[in-house]
Design a protein around this ligand. Structure first.
Ligand code: AMP
Ligand code: ZN
Length: 113
């Protein structure tokens, strides 16, 4: 499949991978928006949040849980961080393989731009 994040997951395209297990891969964002900016993806190709089904509940929960563990490892958990998923045009999604952004190391504004 011609998908950037599938290719990162299977090693066809290099990335600085910081965590991998049977279900997910996490790596540095190539264009970081904060001192810490990691991307967490499922190994399974799912294009957008609109394409998640009930059978994916465990997978999505695992992505979130691993995000919290990575935040602790990066020492940003206590100060706080943002774990966000963008969907389609209004959400600002540019890569159509679902992913969570883990952003930390600075204060973030609300509402987002
Ligand atoms: P989104 O706009 O939510 O779809 O986020 C896509 C993210 O993927 C952006 O933050 C990009 O900087 C990041 N990105 C794009 N290409 C790569 C790449 N080759 N390696 C790592 N991160 C990437
Ligand atoms: Zn994919």
């Amino acid at each position: 499949m011609d998908c950037l994040f599938c290719k990162i997951a299977n090693g066809e395209i290099p990335a600085n991978i910081i965590y991998r297990d049977d279900l997910i891969v996490a790596f540095d964002d190539i264009n970081p928006q904060a001192p810490q900016h990691k991307i967490i993806i499922p190994q399974k190709h799912i294009a957008t949040l609109n394409d998640i089904h009930g059978e994916d509940n465990e997978l999505i929960g695992h992505m979130v849980y691993c995000g919290t563990q990575i935040a602790k490892q990066l020492n940003i958990a206590k100060d706080g961080y943002r774990l966000v998923m963008n969907c389609n045009a209004n959400g600002g999604q540019t890569v159509f393989h679902i992913h969570a952004h883990l952003l930390g190391g600075r204060h973030m504004e609300w509402p987002p731009g």
